[in-house]
Design a protein around this ligand. Structure first.
Ligand SMILES: [Zn+2]
Length: 345
């Protein structure tokens, strides 16, 4: 369907990380082969993006409609229905976590941005748990959330981490909120990733009612074994391996931009710009910095660069708070800090 906005199969764990873990960890040949298979699968899933069949009709009710499926360790989606909206908790913790965290994410977008689900038209939130066996990833496939259980050795599963769930659902928001979506490669791809990290962190802070200065600003804390690391990424200090994991290569300034780098790497630059804006504006990050970033989404085009995002957020700050305001200056200074020029070159 050519009218569908551009969407991606966006995995929370980059293939690069799986490959690196396969090389570094003390694994059996079997475990190593399994990890490398999962890299292949991630690449394959990404290649599938334009030919995804429609899984389920959208429910445009304006109300939350969550449906959790059990893929029963297979790759066929969505699987068997195990919990529907309003139904009692299941015995399966992954089912309840996927359900609850999708609910918090929905409530965040609805309460903070007055957005009605990912498409702003009440799209039902479908999620499948127990995807494949020992699958070390979670992803949004353009239509639904999909969660592996992790292999229990490197990763513990993904449904318990609210920021991971919100990160993935936010790929859906980007798909609809940016006119035409954001192409998942180069700077637009890194922006796509960054917006999901920003929203993922905001949802976590909102649930914890944390001020910007008190938040950990980590993505994926708690999903991995201590031998792997503490988190996937830090918005406060991208590339700081003591806060994250041993292969974290995120730059936080354009001077260190990685040419042809992974979208999960270069996203450190816009991530840090958001963090700097939120810290400068103090208080809760979702009260001022969040709305500026959210409003900017509607001003982007599918191939937007970091400079386009800098201009869009500066413009959004003016639209929301006026010119010559603390909000406008905070945005401008944050992009300066990460080395992104607001003026066209
Ligand atoms: Zn992502």
């Amino acid at each position: 369907m050519s009218s569908l906005p551009y969407h991606c199969v966006c995995c929370i764990i980059p293939s690069r990380m799986l490959r690196q873990l396969a090389e570094a960890a003390h694994l059996s040949e079997e475990e190593r082969a399994c990890l490398l298979d999962q890299c292949e699968l991630s690449a394959h899933l990404r290649g599938q993006r334009s030919v995804m069949p429609t899984l389920a009709a959208t429910q445009r009710t304006g109300e939350q409609r969550r449906t959790i499926y059990d893929a029963r360790h297979k790759t066929t989606l969505p699987g068997r229905v195990v919990r529907t909206e309003g139904a009692a908790a299941a015995k399966d913790a992954a089912v309840n976590q996927a359900y609850d965290n999708a609910g918090v994410t929905y409530d965040f977008f609805h309460t903070v941005f007055q957005r009605n689900s990912v498409d702003n038209k009440g799209l039902r939130l479908d999620a499948s748990v127990h995807y494949q066996r020992n699958f070390n990833n979670a992803f949004w496939n353009g239509q639904q959330m999909v969660y592996g259980d992790g292999d229990g050795r490197l990763f513990h599963g993904f449904t318990a981490a609210i920021d991971v769930v919100a990160h993935e659902l936010s790929h859906g928001v980007t798909q609809y909120a940016v006119p035409g979506g954001l192409v998942y490669e180069g700077q637009s791809g890194a922006l796509n990733e960054s917006i999901s990290d920003v929203m993922g962190s905001l949802v976590k802070q909102w649930r914890l009612q944390q001020k910007a200065a008190d938040a950990d600003w980590l993505i994926g804390a708690g999903i991995m074994a201590p031998s792997v690391g503490k988190a996937l990424r830090s918005l406060a200090d991208p590339g700081n391996r003591t806060l994250t994991w041993s292969g974290d290569d995120q730059p936080k300034n354009m001077a260190d931009y990685i040419q042809d780098g992974d979208v999960h790497s270069n996203s450190g630059i816009p991530n840090h710009a958001f963090y700097a804006t939120a810290l400068a504006l103090q208080g809760h990050a979702w009260e001022k910095a969040g709305p500026i970033w959210y409003k900017a989404l509607g001003l982007l085009t599918p191939n937007a660069s970091f400079a386009d995002m800098a201009r869009a957020t500066a413009q959004a700050a003016v639209l929301l708070y006026g010119s010559d305001t603390a909000e406008q200056y905070a945005v401008q200074r944050a992009w300066q800090l990460v080395g992104v020029q607001l003026e066209s070159s």
